[in-house]
Design a binder for this molecule. Sequence first.
Ligand code: AMP
Ligand code: MG
Length: 329
Amino acid sequence: MKILGIETSCDETSAAVVTGEREILSNIVRSQVKEHSVYGGVVPEIASRAHIEFLDGIILRALSEAKLRLDEIDGIAVTAGPGLIGGLIVGVMEAKALASALGKPFIAVNHLEGHALTARLTDDVAFPYLLLLVSGGHCQILHVGGVGKYELLGETLDDAVGESFDKLAKMLGLGIPGGPQVEKMARGGNAQAFDLPNPLQGRKGCDFSFSGLKTAVKKIVDEGKHTPSDICATFQHKIREILLERLRNALEISPAQRVVIAGGVAANLYLREGFQALAAEKNIRISCPPVALCTDNAAMIAWAGVEKLRLGQADGLDFKPRARWPLVG
Ligand code: AMP
Ligand code: MG
């Protein structure tokens, strides 16, 4: 089975071809950072227009790199939500047009499900597993029982992790995307430079809270007494402590002793080191997909398409893109 995946939910235009044998034949990603950086964040209208301009060419490149013609594809999978509605409409319309012209299945993929299943593509992870989903809009721990079988164990009560990285980058004027800038700035900084709060420390369960951390960091930045690299290192270290504490709680309450980390923030190497230390301590396996498959990409969407199509879960051409589409509930 060969599935063409399309991703246009935010500021990456991407197309990929993935097989049922877990091979990524191509994965072309065009970032729009240049278009948005002067505005300090993603401008939805600019994003939609850039998707329209580049998507056709990117699909052709994905096919040519995979050495396949369109009629050799067995289905078209596309991110149908959650995300910026303009971008989602561009991708979904394209996928529907291709599916309809080729007479092939159309598969509407939840972007979060794409992240959730990526470790099955890269590491062949079997169900069930615990998933820590850390992205620009989410911070959740889920029990993954199968395709479409997600149970929420806990989530953030306020900011998402990626969002807090982005806000710190903005406070320090580091540019976008914030997460990688903070990670870079943290190198060589002192991770113990000052005390930061962990509002839910010692509490049972898997909920998160990051807004107190943001306020504390803002106060330090405003006082102007610390170097940006110390602030970034301490902040990143505290985030790692919070994520690890919550994962420990999840491992205590869940029978699944296999862990997967996914979402853009999973690209952070300092956090990944922490996950691997926890894995060694608990004698379990923790999988983080390769960095390029943590941030937005169409390979994960194509793979979710493979998983869904195998279960006969194609969608009708009347499927409407959803700006909001929680994985659970
Ligand atoms: P996503 O929502 O899955 O597209 O991921 C995007 C989010 O991940 C943004 O908030 C980024 O700032 C964050 N992110 C990406 N790379 C890193 C990194 N190396 N460290 C921390 N956060 C990151
Ligand atoms: Mg994402």
